[in-house]
Design a protein around this ligand. Structure first.
Ligand SMILES: Nc1ncnc2c1ncn2[C@@H]1O[C@H](COP(=O)(O)OP(=O)(O)O)[C@@H](O)[C@H]1O
Ligand SMILES: [Mg+2]
Length: 258
C-alpha cells in the first residue's frame, strides 16, 4: 500500500517582476479526490500550479509533494505529478500524432527500467488509447482532432505512469460543450484514485464531483468543502457582480445531484 498523496505548501511567496502574486501562503491538500481551483482571469491559478510543479521558483517558501521537496525542481516534481497545461499553451498544429504525444511522455517521464520493455510499453499505450477512447484516432495528427480528443490525448500523456497527483489547467477551455461532459467525467474518474487539482472559470460542471474548492485571487482566499466555500459573500468578494452566474449554476448542480 502506498502512502496517501499530498501537496504541502509552506510560506509560499511568488513575485513576478515586482508584483506579488502570492504572499506567505500555507495550505495542504491530502488524499485522492477532486479539488477545484477557482478565481478570475489573472488571479494566479496557473502561477500556483506552476509553483507546485517547480516551474516557478518562489522567492520564499517550500512545496513538498508526497514527502519530497520539489520547490523549484520541475524534474523532481514531474516524476510525481502528471500535468496537463492549458491547451492554449500547446501548439496544436504541430504535426504529431496522438500516439506520438503519448509515446514522447515515456521518454520524458523516466519510468522504472523494468517497465521499459517494448511489449509492456505497447500494451500500456493500447490500454490508455482504449480507456480514453482514442484508439481510432491514434495515428491522426493533433490538428485533425476535436478539442475534446486533443485534450484527452494530453491527459493520456500526463497519466502514462499512473502518477498519484494530477494537475489540469483549464481543461475545458478549448473543448466544445459536448466534449466537456466527457472530459469532466474522465477527470472525476481519475480523481477516485488520484489527488486531482483542476482549474476552471466555469466551475459548474466539476462541482458535483468536487470534494474541495480553493478560491484564488492574488492569494489563496479560502479552501474547504463546496458547502463551506460557495457562500455568496465570499464569492462576491472575488468575482463581484458576475457571482450571480455562479450561484445559478450551483442551484443547477444541486438539482442534478438529487
Ligand atoms: N511568466 C510571467 N511573468 C510575469 N508575469 C506573469 C507571468 N505569468 C503570469 N504573470 C502574471 O501573473 C498574474 C497571474 O497570472 P496567472 O497565474 O496566469 O493567472 P490565471 O491562471 O488565474 O489566469 C497575471 O497578472 C499575469 O499577468
Ligand atoms: Mg491560467
Amino acid at each position: 500500500m502506498g502512502q496517501e498523496p499530498y501537496i504541502d505548501v509552506r510560506e509560499l511567496t511568488v513575485v513576478y517582476g515586482g508584483e506579488t502574486i502570492f504572499e506567505n501562503e500555507n495550505f495542504r491538500i491530502e488524499g485522492s479526490g477532486l479539488t477545484m481551483v477557482i478565481g478570475p482571469n489573472g488571479s494566479g491559478k496557473t502561477t500556483l500550479f506552476k509553483s507546485i510543479l517547480g516551474l516557478v521558483s518562489p522567492v520564499k517558501g517550500r512545496v513538498v509533494v508526497n514527502g519530497v521537496d520539489v520547490t523549484g525542481h520541475p524534474e523532481v516534481a514531474g516524476k510525481i505529478i502528471g500535468y496537463v497545461p492549458q491547451l492554449l499553451e500547446i501548439n496544436a498544429s504541430f504535426p504529431v500524432s496522438v500516439k506520438e504525444v503519448i509515446e514522447s511522455a515515456i521518454i520524458l517521464h523516466r519510468a522504472p527500467p523494468r517497465l521499459l520493455t517494448p511489449r509492456y510499453l505497447k500494451e500500456r499505450i493500447l490500454n490508455l488509447l482504449n480507456k480514453l477512447e482514442l484508439r481510432e484516432v491514434a495515428n491522426k495528427p493533433l490538428r485533425e482532432l476535436s478539442g475534446g480528443q486533443r485534450q484527452r490525448a494530453f491527459i493520456a500523456r500526463a497519466i502514462i505512469w499512473d502518477p498519484s497527483i494530477l494537475i489540469l489547467d483549464e481543461p475545458l477551455s478549448a473543448v466544445d460543450p459536448k466534449g466537456r461532459i466527457e472530459i469532466v467525467k474522465l477527470i472525476a474518474e481519475l480523481a477516485e484514485s488520484k489527488l486531482v487539482l483542476v482549474s476552471s472559470h466555469d466551475p459548474s460542471l466539476f462541482l458535483p464531483y468536487a470534494k474541495a474548492i480553493m478560491v484564488v485571487n492574488r492569494g489563496v482566499l479560502a479552501i474547504g468543502s463546496p458547502e463551506e466555500i460557495l457562500n455568496l459573500e465570499l464569492l462576491k468578494q472575488v468575482y463581484g457582480d458576475s457571482v450571480m452566474l455562479i450561484q445559478e449554476c450551483m442551484h443547477l448542480c444541486d438539482s442534478h445531484v438529487r
